[in-house]
Ligand binder design. Structure first.
Ligand code: PAF
Length: 297
């Protein structure tokens, strides 16, 4: 985390949707553009770079902190997911640039008290494959909670990290298809000094696996360098990356070479720009990473 910022105005913590919406509407009535960074907390420098991206395009910034139950299946790491709203707000306060932390206690009606939530948002094709293969519920949960957050915060611009590449493309498609008047910005991946992409889940790695996990970035960069310098088959890129991760004892969930927007998988020689997307487990922890590759025709 960057140095403290004593001059920054005190962040307002809002927990109710009604108050959050009123705050945003008042800001917009004053002619201010509202920037938004949705998060599940456990904030790191990757989130802070999204705050900067949102801030650069708006006048006030809202960061939401909510661990969204609908994007976890039973048995996944929902209970273990790191939590701590106070510490997160303190981090945001220290770096500055954030006006409101929106930290709802619940985002779905309590089925014990009322009829259960039964409306979900599905982005049909961009959600398919990749993370959906092992987490089929995931993008429905993400698209639904992001829609709910957009309806409460009513932002002009929202920033999502490109580490979660498929999620970023799913949200872009949803915003276009459902006519949200929101600019969706993709923030570049922020890395630790050894190349590991920053993620809230890195905190769950054992020290041994933390030491091995940077292999993802190393073999991905090697493959990208090769693909830029010579004609390479998609399957060869997949093989180089898969071997690199396996040699570091990671268990590959997927390595795919795809069109950067449609996420349609390439076959044969890669002749135009692509993204190589990776999910791999080190111990119990599933990590995502990717690299965009410009191919000279
Ligand atoms: O990327 C995340 O942290 C989450 O998927 C998001 C976008 C905040 C939705 O819960």
């Amino acid at each position: 985390m960057s140095a403290a910022n004593d001059a920054a105005p005190v962040i307002e913590v809002i927990t109710s949707a009604r108050e959050m919406r009123a705050w945003s509407r008042a800001a917009r009535a004053r002619g201010l553009r509202v920037g938004f960074v949705p998060t599940m907390g456990a904030l790191h420098d990757g989130h802070l770079s999204l705050v900067r991206a949102a801030r650069a395009r708006s006048d006030v910034v809202v960061v939401s902190i909510y661990v969204n139950e609908t994007q976890f299946a039973p048995g996944e790491d929902f209970d273990k997911y790191p939590r701590g709203v106070e510490a997160d707000v303190a981090k945001l306060q220290a770096v500055g640039g954030v006006d409101v932390a929106y930290a709802p206690r619940a985002m779905y009606v309590d089925p014990e008290k009322e009829a259960p939530h039964e409306t979900f948002v599905t982005v049909e094709n961009v959600s398919k494959g990749l993370c959906s293969l092992s987490r089929p519920h995931f993008f429905r949960g993400v698209a639904t909670v992001v829609t709910k957050l957009f309806n409460v915060v009513e932002p002009d611009v929202a920033a999502f990290g490109k580490k979660d590449y498929q999620q970023w493309r799913v949200i872009q498609r949803m915003v276009r298809d459902l006519d949200f008047d929101i600019d969706v910005v993709g923030g570049e991946i922020v890395r630790e000094s050894d190349g590991l992409a920053m993620s809230s889940r890195n905190a769950l790695l054992t020290p041994e696996n933390r030491a091995k996990a940077p292999a993802i970035r190393a073999c991905m960069s090697r493959a990208a360098e090769d693909a830029r310098s010579r004609r390479m088959d998609a399957s060869e890129i997949v093989r180089v990356v898969t071997e690199g991760i396996s040699n570091a004892t990671g268990v590959v969930d997927y390595v795919k070479v795809m069109h950067p927007e449609t996420l349609v998988e390439y076959e044969g020689v890669v002749e135009s720009d692509c993204v190589v997307a990776i999910a791999a487990k080190f111990g119990e922890v599933r990590l995502l990473d990717n690299i965009e590759i410009s191919i000279n025709p």
